[in-house]
Design a protein around this ligand. Structure first.
Ligand SMILES: Nc1nc2c(c(=O)[nH]1)N[C@H]1C(S)=C(S)[C@@H](COP(=O)(O)O)O[C@H]1N2
Ligand SMILES: [Mo]
Length: 207
C-alpha cells in the first residue's frame, strides 16, 4: 500500500524538479516556486497615509533626523527586478519593485565611525536587523511601487524595505525608521530563532 504521505512527498519533489527545469539555479535549495503572492504578517496591516508617514533616522548618526514623504520620494529611485524567497519555503520569481535606492539615501546620512549594523523599525512594531554590508547595496530599495502600481498596503505600502539577496523576512514592511547600531542585534523573528543573517543560498533559516 502506498501511504498518502509518500504521495505528497513525491508531489513536492516533482514540483521542485519542475521549478528547476524552468528556472535553473535561480531557485535556492529547499524552496518551491509559487504563482500567487502570499501575505505574511505578524499581526495586522497598519493603516497609513503618506501624509502621516515619515522615516526616522536614529542611533549612531551624527544628526538624528526624519524625512517626510515628499522629501523621501525626491531621492533618486531605481527599478529592481528580482526573485523573493520566504523562509517558509515559497519563492516568487520575476518581481518588479521601484523605490529609493538605499545607497542613495545613505549619501544623506552621516554615520558615526562605529556604526556597523541597522535595526529596521516598522509601523506596528516589527523589527529586523542587517549588517551595513547587507543593507547598503545597489539592489536594495525602500520600495513604494510594485509592477505598475503603488505597493499594496498588505505588502508593506506605502513603503517597505526590499533586500532581495536575503530571506524575505529581512524586507520589513511599513518601514518607519532606521536605527544605526555599533553591532548586529537580533530583531523580531531573529529573537524567536530565525537566523541572524538569512542567506537563502546557504539555507540560513533558523539558528
Ligand atoms: N512589518 C513587517 N514586515 C514584515 C513582516 C511582518 O510581519 N511585519 N513579515 C516578514 C516576512 S516573515 C515575510 S516572508 C515578508 C512577507 O511579505 P509579503 O506579505 O509582502 O509577502 O515580509 C516580512 N516583513
Ligand atoms: Mo517569512
Amino acid at each position: 500500500m502506498i501511504r498518502k504521505e509518500s504521495l505528497l512527498a513525491f508531489d513536492m519533489l516533482s514540483r521542485r524538479n519542475k521549478d528547476r527545469e524552468r528556472y535553473g539555479d535561480r531557485v535556492p535549495p529547499g524552496q518551491k516556486v509559487v504563482e500567487d503572492w502570499p501575505v505574511l504578517t505578524y499581526g495586522g496591516t497598519p493603516k497609513l497615509e503618506t501624509k502621516d508617514w515619515n522615516l526616522r533616522i536614529i542611533g549612531d548618526v551624527e544628526e538624528e533626523t526624519s524625512l517626510n514623504w515628499e522629501q523621501f520620494t525626491s531621492l533618486p529611485t531605481a527599478k529592481v527586478h528580482c526573485d523573493i524567497h520566504c523562509v517558509t519555503s515559497w519563492s516568487r520569481m520575476d518581481q518588479d519593485f521601484e523605490g529609493v535606492v538605499v545607497p542613495e539615501l545613505m549619501k544623506h546620512i552621516q554615520l558615526k565611525p562605529g556604526a556597523a549594523a541597522v535595526m529596521v523599525h516598522s509601523y506596528g512594531g516589527y523589527t529586523t536587523n542587517l549588517l551595513l554590508s547587507d543593507f547598503i547595496r545597489d539592489n536594495n530599495l525602500l520600495a513604494y511601487k510594485h509592477g505598475d502600481g503603488p505597493l499594496p498596503a498588505e505588502h508593506g505600502g506605502p513603503c517597505r524595505l526590499l533586500v532581495p539577496h536575503l530571506y524575505f523576512w529581512k524586507s520589513a514592511k511599513w518601514v518607519r525608521g532606521l536605527e544605526f547600531l555599533p553591532g548586529d542585534r537580533p530583531g523580531f523573528w531573529e529573537q524567536y530563532g530565525y537566523h541572524i543573517r538569512g542567506d537563502p543560498w546557504n539555507e540560513e533559516r533558523y539558528s
